[in-house]
Design a binder for this molecule. Structure first.
Ligand SMILES: [Fe+2]
Length: 352
């Protein structure tokens, strides 16, 4: 009589053996690298972040409604987070950066505090507010670029007559990645001001340095790079034809001590795109946040068109192609990313 022999699939057998092995090693908090290696070492950058755009009129309307439901004092900072739709719930616009729109109503102040996370402000709309940083009280005008370095005390106030809104970008996700966040409040609500408006710009960004200025400083001592001083430089670049085929007539905000980025974790640019500009495609490993200072246009990001107008904010994720197109009038774009941090680590790449 023939005896039936069980047909064993050798492949099935090895899978069972492997799973049994994985179960066993998991008790010792060990896992097999070979199962996940292809996700950890990718041939090209992968990101869950998606391109996105926030239209300013819509954000402004919702922001002003926030002014009715919570005071700046209650909120500490009245900010709506620009959360990347590809990564909801994480309060970030790229893996490295937080972005939000802050509103301060007439008569309000946002108390002095400080934190390890560095911040920048790019002023969108309204007049009459100020940011005080390390004893310098700086008036905020449309297009001004204001920096608040790691651990610098800062407060905001609006003694003016109209609501003031600006873009906040912080390196919080980077700081929290390293789990190095510290922050503190002060007993007083406002700093003692001991420097005039514009003092740090005049002192450090005029082609001279104060005698005895530090030879090394990894962040800019300038508090505010006023739009009124930056804008004519873009015009000069345009007139002399210094227009990059991808980025337009672009300046980089620099630390006057060493020519490096304004902050070790974040770098920013201001770019004039002349009328009729049709940029060549570009991509880089630093996910980049753009704010529209002037004009209107379209940016194609990862094949999708994003039409922008003044004060809109949009984001290009890491290693996604983008190019800018403008019509019959010049446009000016502010941009900021984590490029300095990537460069310091030797991991930044760009391509076309
Ligand atoms: Fe802050």
């Amino acid at each position: 009589m023939a005896v039936a022999t069980a047909q064993v699939d050798p492949k099935h057998n090895i899978q069972n053996a492997r799973q049994a092995y994985y179960d066993k090693i998991s008790e010792y908090h060990l896992t097999p690298l070979w199962e996940v290696l292809k996700y950890l070492v990718t041939p090209e950058p992968k990101t869950q972040m998606v391109p996105a755009l926030w239209k300013f009129p819509q954000v402004e309307k919702l922001m002003l409604e926030a002014g009715e439901v919570i005071t700046a004092e209650e909120a500490e900072r009245r900010v709506l987070v620009l959360e990347n739709p590809g990564d909801p719930g994480k309060s970030r616009i790229t893996n490295a950066l937080f972005a939000g729109i802050q509103l301060i109503m007439p008569g309000e102040i946002a108390d002095v505090h400080r934190h390890v996370a560095s911040a920048i402000r790019f002023v969108l709309k309204g007049k009459g507010a100020y940011t005080a940083v390390e004893g310098e009280k700086s008036q905020m005008e449309h297009g001004d670029f204001i920096i608040t370095a790691n651990w610098a005390p800062h407060d905001h106030g609006n003694p003016g007559k109209e609501p003031v809104m600006w873009l906040d970008v912080l390196d919080m996700p980077t700081i929290n990645h390293f789990q190095t966040s510290f922050g503190e409040h002060f007993d007083q609500k406002m700093q003692n001001v001991n420097h005039e408006d514009g003092d740090s710009f005049d002192r450090y960004a005029s082609g001279v340095l104060p005698d005895g200025a530090p030879a090394h400083l990894n962040r800019s001592p300038v508090i505010n790079y006023p739009y009124a001083k930056m804008r004519p430089i873009l015009e000069r670049l345009k007139k002399t034809g210094d227009v990059d085929k991808r980025h337009g007539a672009r300046v980089r905000y620099a630390n006057p001590i060493n020519g490096g980025p304004v902050l070790p974790t974040m770098g920013a640019n201001l770019s004039l795109l002349p009328k009729g500009f049709k940029g060549e495609p570009y991509r880089s490993t630093d996910g980049t946040v753009f704010a529209v200072a002037e004009g209107k246009g379209t940016t194609i990001i990862d094949g999708k068109p994003f039409d922008w107008d003044v004060n809109d904010v949009f984001v290009a994720p890491p290693w996604k192609h983008y190019h800018h197109i403008v019509g019959s009038e010049d446009a000016v774009l502010f941009s900021i990313s984590d490029r300095p941090a990537q460069e310091a680590l030797g991991i930044w790449r760009e391509g076309n």
